[in-house]
Design a protein around this ligand. Sequence first.
Ligand SMILES: C[S@@+](CC[C@H](N)C(=O)[O-])C[C@H]1O[C@@H](n2cnc3c(N)ncnc32)[C@H](O)[C@@H]1O
Length: 174
Amino acid sequence: MIRITELTHKIIEEKKHIGIAIDMTCGRGNDTLFLARKANKVYAFDIQEEAILSTSDLLKENKIDNVELILNNHDKVSEYVKEKFDVAIYNLGYLPKGNKDIKTTTSSTIDSLRQLITLMNLEGIIVIVIYPHDPEEGKAIEEFVLNLDSNFDCISYKVLNKKDCPYIITIKKG
Ligand SMILES: C[S@@+](CC[C@H](N)C(=O)[O-])C[C@H]1O[C@@H](n2cnc3c(N)ncnc32)[C@H](O)[C@@H]1O
């Protein structure tokens, strides 16, 4: 059976060299840890202190010191990341075992995606994990990628025979 996080990591593993990576929703830090082991430097955003502390603990346990944790909305990404990046990941929705009312929103997700598009390195990739329980956010992302020009390749990975499975959209430049 496919696990979406594993598939996300497999997609990223195809990249041989990762200079700068961004975790747009660090949550409990699992994706941040994965990225930190592959990249020279990782920026990791979350709007909840609980998520930042949780990620910080996980990184310390694993003796990781190449991550800048940012307690702020990812729609401020271009204020923090000044260099071009190779990989960015979003795992949308709410903090696992946290407050389900605090979750990603269509407006900040799309606003931050617009910024990332201008910050991407050639061959850079954005990987977005989308949950079907928020169809508006998923639809807006699909619309956003449909309007990108042919300098980008956008791919969707969906489990077609299971209704409530999360799915992935990737945006690759060049
Ligand atoms: C599904 S969790 C991420 C899981 C994480 N990747 C992991 O490995 O544990 C989604 C996270 O997005 C955060 N979040 C929601 N809106 C956000 C925003 N506008 N900017 C940054 N983080 C946000 C939530 O606080 C939550 O921790």
